[in-house]
Design a protein around this ligand. Structure first.
Ligand SMILES: NC(=O)c1ccc[n+]([C@@H]2O[C@H](COP(=O)([O-])OP(=O)(O)OC[C@H]3O[C@@H](n4cnc5c(N)ncnc54)[C@H](O)[C@@H]3O)[C@@H](O)[C@H]2O)c1
Length: 333
């Protein structure tokens, strides 16, 4: 059985669908601080299987010990954590506490129970901004905000853990920009309040819920002047976890992998693709650059292709199609 912490969240829920389709028995542990139990119902609806789910805080050692004694967990995917870069600057202690404490508590209980297969949700934010593109896994590491540092610190903790005990098999998956939704439209990204990320913002402008998009920076050295990122369909990302799980079953130590498409898309290209997929206009205004943003960021995905036998399949049009499908269902309630 695979324990998926934060499995009710955006990436976790899609990964549970992919794991279930691949034949894994899935157990979710989530405190629903940024999700809801209905998401778990959505996973069951898609998979046609009932999903085990425990409401638990991963920082709560007693709750984790109980969970490991009740269920035959033999591997863990650790998604649980806070993820908003801007909020992490305003609330560094909350971010360090939740992200690092959950990883330490989880690994402590895993170690005690002899479960040593772990996939950790890391991020492309662990790479320094001055690396040449595309980024491979050996690019220089360094962050500019507490969220990124919490990911990099956990990567280091996991490397030290694996050094202390060769029984550990750990994959550090560095995600680029996951967007889109399951093609059924039953699950997708559902940030509360004003979205922090570009894609849910764009889809809420297309639906009319938000009046217009602010594009931060139109004078970057890119073809249309707007920032370029590596967007990846969340179901491709989910499949990357299934492959990584297979990989660590016959591997010992720690390995980092980029999960992206290897292709850059500008903000305005994404806006146009979304307009095409939705048939709706996405009005926008061009604003100044935001401090800390970089012009271009995309992955070299060669290592994941070679070692995980994984490659993203979906293009930006399909990401927008599935994201819009989800947005329409979400609005209908
Ligand atoms: N979405 C992205 O753009 C992105 C990019 C790179 C990395 N990541 C990482 O991937 C992981 C999943 O991201 P997501 O977009 O699905 O976020 P999300 O907020 O949708 O999901 C995280 C889930 O973890 C739960 N959670 C948080 N703290 C918890 C705790 N202490 N105990 C139990 N549950 C807890 C939340 O309720 C939520 O369901 C996060 O670790 C995030 O940092 C996300």
């Amino acid at each position: 059985m695979i324990l998926v912490t934060g499995g009710a969240g955006f990436i976790g829920s899609h990964t549970c669908v992919a794991l279930s389709a691949a034949g894994y028995d899935v157990l979710i542990a989530d405190n629903f601080s940024n999700s809801s139990p209905e998401r778990v119902d959505g996973i069951s609806e898609i998979t046609g299987k009932s999903i085990h789910c425990v409401r638990a805080d991963v920082c709560d050692r007693g709750a984790m010990e109980e969970l490991f004694s009740r269920y035959p967990v033999d591997g863990v995917i650790h998604f649980a954590g806070f993820k908003a870069v801007g909020e992490s600057v305003a609330k560094p202690l909350e971010y360090y506490r939740n992200n690092i404490d959950s990883a330490l508590t989880l690994c402590g209980v895993m170690s005690e129970r002899g479960v040593r297969k772990l996939i950790f949700s890391s991020s492309a934010t662990v790479y320094r901004a001055d690396n040449p593109m595309p980024l491979d896994e050996n690019a220089l590491l360094g962050c500019t905000n507490p969220y990124g540092w919490s990911k990099l610190m956990i990567e280091q903790i996991l490397r030290d853990l694996a050094l202390s005990d060769p029984g550990w098999s750990i994959a550090l998956l560095r995600y680029f920009n996951p967007i889109g939704a399951h093609e059924s439209g039953i699950i997708g990204e559902d940030p509360s309040g004003i979205p922090n990320n570009l894609f849910p913002f764009v889809s809420r402008v297309a639906s009319g819920e938000i009046r217009k998009l602010h594009v931060f920076g139109s004078d970057y050295p890119t073809p249309d002047g707007t920032g370029v990122r590596d967007y990846i369909h969340v179901m491709d990302l989910a499949e990357g976890h299934v492959r990584a799980l297979g990989y660590i079953s016959s591997f010992s130590g720690v390995e980092a992998f980029n999960l992206g498409t290897g292709k850059g898309t500008s903000v305005l290209e994404l806006v146009r693709a979304f307009e095409k997929a939705s048939g709706r206009p996405v009005p926008y205004v061009l604003d100044d650059r935001r401090p800390g943003d970089i012009a271009v960021c995309y992955a070299n995905t060669g290592k994941a292709e070679e070692k995980l036998q994984w490659k993203a399949r979906y293009g930006i049009g399909e990401m927008c199609r599935d994201g819009w499908n989800w947005e329409m269902r979400r609005r209908k309630g």
